[in-house]
Design a protein around this ligand. Structure first.
Ligand code: HEM
Ligand code: HEM
Length: 179
C-alpha cells in the first residue's frame, strides 16, 4: 500500500479533479454512443446536446483549477520524485489543463462556424453564433476537435497509468493526496 499523504490538495480541488474526470468520461461516452444512433434521430441529437453540455461544464470548471494551480502549485509528493519524473508529470499536467480549456472551445467553434447556435440540453435555449457560417472554418475546427479528442485518449491513458504506477509500484502519496 502507498504511504498516507503528508499534505493533500484542498478539498474542493480534490472534488473538482474527480468531478471533471467524470465529465470528460461522460463527454467521450456520449459522443461514442452517438456514432451508433441513426442519422437524423432525436436520440442522435440528444446525445450531441448532452455531449455539448458536459463539455461546457468542463470549460466552466477548469478556470478555478488553473487559477489555483498558478497561485498555489501542488502539494509535495512523498517520497520526492526524480527530476525526470517531475518534468514529465509537469508536461502531462500542462497538456491536460490545456486540453480541458481548448477542447470545449474547439467544440463551440465547430458548431458556431456552421452558423448554428449552441444548444443547451433540456432547456430548449441556444447561444446564438457570433459568426457568419463558414464551411471551411467549420471543417477546420471540427477536424481539430476530432484530432485532439482522439489524441487525448492516449494522454489521459498515460496519466492514469502513471497514477497507478505511483500508487501501487512506487508507493508514493501522489494519489492519496488527491483522495
Ligand atoms: C473536454 C470536452 C470534450 C471532449 C473530450 C470532446 C470530445 C469529442 C470527441 C472524441 C468527438 C468525436 C470525434 C470523432 O468523431 O472522432 C467529439 C465530437 C464533437 N464534439 Fe466534442 N468534446 C468536448 C467538448 C465539446 C463541446 C463543449 C462542444 C460544443 C460546444 C463539442 C462539440 C462536438 C461536436 C459538434 C462533435 C461532432 C463532430 C461531428 O462528428 O460532426 N464538444 N467531441
Ligand atoms: C479525464 C481524466 C483526467 C483528467 C483530465 C485529469 C487531470 C489532471 C490534472 C490536470 C492534474 C494536475 C493537478 C495539479 O497538479 O494541479 C491531475 C493530477 C492527478 N491525477 Fe488526474 N486526471 C484524470 C483522471 C485521473 C484518474 C482516473 C486518476 C487515477 C487513477 C488520476 C490521478 C491523478 C493523480 C494521482 C494526480 C496528482 C499527480 C501529481 O500531483 O503529480 N487522474 N489530473
Amino acid at each position: 500500500m502507498a504511504t498516507a499523504p503528508t499534505s493533500r490538495f484542498p478539498p474542493w480541488q480534490r472534488a473538482l479533479h474527480w468531478l471533471m474526470f467524470l465529465l470528460v468520461a461522460v463527454a467521450y461516452l456520449l459522443i461514442e454512443l452517438r456514432e451508433d444512433a441513426p442519422r437524423g434521430s432525436a436520440l442522435r441529437s440528444n446525445l450531441l446536446q448532452s455531449h455539448v453540455l458536459a463539455g461546457l461544464a468542463i470549460l466552466a470548471l477548469v478556470w478555478p483549477r488553473i487559477w489555483m494551480k498558478l497561485r498555489r502549485g501542488s502539494p509535495p509528493i512523498t517520497p520526492p520524485l526524480q527530476r525526470w519524473q517531475t518534468q514529465l508529470s509537469a508536461l502531462t499536467h500542462f497538456a491536460l489543463y490545456a486540453f480541458l480549456l481548448v477542447q470545449p472551445i474547439l467544440g463551440m467553434l465547430t458548431i458556431w462556424m456552421a452558423g448554428r447556435g449552441l444548444p443547451i440540453f433540456l432547456t430548449g435555449l441556444e447561444i446564438p453564433s457570433p459568426f457568419v457560417g463558414n464551411h471551411d472554418w467549420h471543417e477546420w475546427f471540427e477536424g481539430a476537435h476530432k484530432l485532439l479528442g482522439n489524441a487525448f485518449y492516449w494522454v489521459i491513458g498515460l496519466h492514469i497509468a502513471a497514477a497507478l504506477y505511483h500508487h501501487f509500484l512506487r508507493r508514493d502519496d501522489s494519489l492519496t493526496r488527491l483522495l
